[in-house]
Design a binder for this molecule. Sequence first.
Ligand code: F6R
Length: 255
Amino acid sequence: MSPTARVLVVDDDEFGTAAADVVLGLLPADEPRLGIATGGTPMPLYAELARRAQRGEIDLSAAYLIALDEYVGLGAQDCLSYSAYVHTHVAVPLGIAADNVLVPDGLAPDPNAEAEAYEQRIDDLGGVDVQIAGIGSNGHLAFNEPGSPLDSTTRVVALSGQTRSDNARFFDSRSEVPHDAITQGLATICRARAVVLLARGPEKAAALAAALAGPVSTEVPASVLQRHPAVTVIADRSAATELPDRLETRARNRL
Ligand code: F6R
């Protein structure tokens, strides 16, 4: 892991508050650009941000939200799309206008052109200040599946069988999980000024250990974060069980 990486291991009931403290501590005050991961892992973080906004403790209404990925074939009106997720769980509770929310268009007639345009839109906005990321049980980062080039940019990818099975819990059946997605690439994600990698649950333990302590390899796409100079990892205890002692020890000493 990069010498500047921090690893914070927390109890599950403090996951949301710990993650919110870290993210808010990293965000610039002026028009912050927050990279959004979807899925189950960051939900306690988004719920905690919503709570703080409701209590008037924070005001992120001028923030930009930039999604990592979107399923090809699902539009913003589809409640299972990542666009719907970002609006429902982040933009609306934080009072962020739809104009400030960037998600690839899963219904674009030419998904490859949409992917290229999305990469450009992120650049035009000045990049991401803080990228929230999750990790797949197969080590994927966004939808960069094993085998993804470390220098990849935003593009159309085929989802692995493992990812489609993992994500079937959000759909009525596995056969309804889309086969393709538009995802920011590994190089795109690494351009964020800071990355906060979140992991919860025992099914992430092996992938998290491989990403943080194994070799940097296309087979474990999240391992590319070892090359990023400003990564904070927040893991619950069950996701941290396979981390080598040296990582957790450093965390306890530093945080
Ligand atoms: C979601 C994303 C994915 C998820 C990962 C973990 O935008 O890019 O990489 O972060 O699949 O998903 P959960 O949190 O549902 O286990």
